[in-house]
Design a protein around this ligand. Structure first.
Ligand code: TZP
Ligand code: MG
Length: 207
């Protein structure tokens, strides 16, 4: 697999129901310099999720940016996405790897040092520290924020690239990168910005 640029992951905002707006924001984020997209849908039925994924894939291809799918290995396979992002309670990594093959990206959320240690023994491409700071965007199954001290501890022991998610914005991005993360993953800092393209551009500059 080519080296993946994890610097700026845009995680799509499933609060946006209107498809036109949803894809407008996705495209703006790509114009602004998003380096990888994670399609995250917690509420859509499978058929609608699949259609959003198909469309997202075609937009990401135009910008030559990889698209990964949150939770759903089946949808990643169906649209030939570049990979998946899995949580601790999603499909086991070894099974996802079997299904996806060696050339796809698998990201895994970790919320503590034990999970990060265990992830060193898994066939994954990156870990997501989840959450690094507090956030209102995700309310279900959210662990305690790990903060910069958590990031530092995980950096010391992890073999994998690290992406930080949760409450990341232009005010804290520099500190995250300074402390060893390879990238940030954001929802609101782009999706809720007045101008999502400029927001992505600004975040990218800070990376
Ligand atoms: N996983 C951990 S925190 C989070 C997810 C999907 C939400 C991040 O959203 P925001 O708006 O960037 O804080
Ligand atoms: Mg999940």
């Amino acid at each position: 697999m080519n080296a993946i640029d994890y610097r700026l992951m845009f995680v799509t905002d499933d609060r946006i129901k209107d498809d036109t707006l949803f894809f407008k924001i996705l495209e703006a984020s790509l114009k602004g310099g998003t380096t990888i997209v994670q399609l995250r849908e917690k509420q859509l039925h499978t058929k609608l999720f699949y259609h959003r994924a198909q469309q997202a894939k075609s937009i990401c291809e135009t910008y030559n940016v990889p698209l990964i799918i949150n939770d759903r290995v089946d949808i990643a396979l169906a649209i030939n996405a570049d990979g998946v992002h899995l949580g601790q309670n999603d499909m086991p990594v070894n099974i996802a790897r079997k299904l996806l093959g060696e050339n796809k990206i698998i990201g895994l959320s970790v919320s503590n040092i034990q999970q990060a240690e265990a992830s060193n023994r898994l066939n994954i491409n990156y870990i997501g520290i989840s959450p690094i700071f507090s956030t209102n965007t995700k309310t279900k199954d959210l662990d305690k924020p790990m903060g910069i001290s958590g990031l530092k501890n995980i950096r010391k022991i992890s073999n994998n690239p690290i992406v930080c998610i949760g409450g990341v914005d232009e005010k804290n991005v520099s500190e995250i990168i300074k402390n060893g993360a390879n990238g940030i993953a954001v929802v609101s800092a782009i999706s809720k910005a007045k101008n999502p393209e400029n927001a992505a551009k600004y975040l990218k500059q800070l990376l």
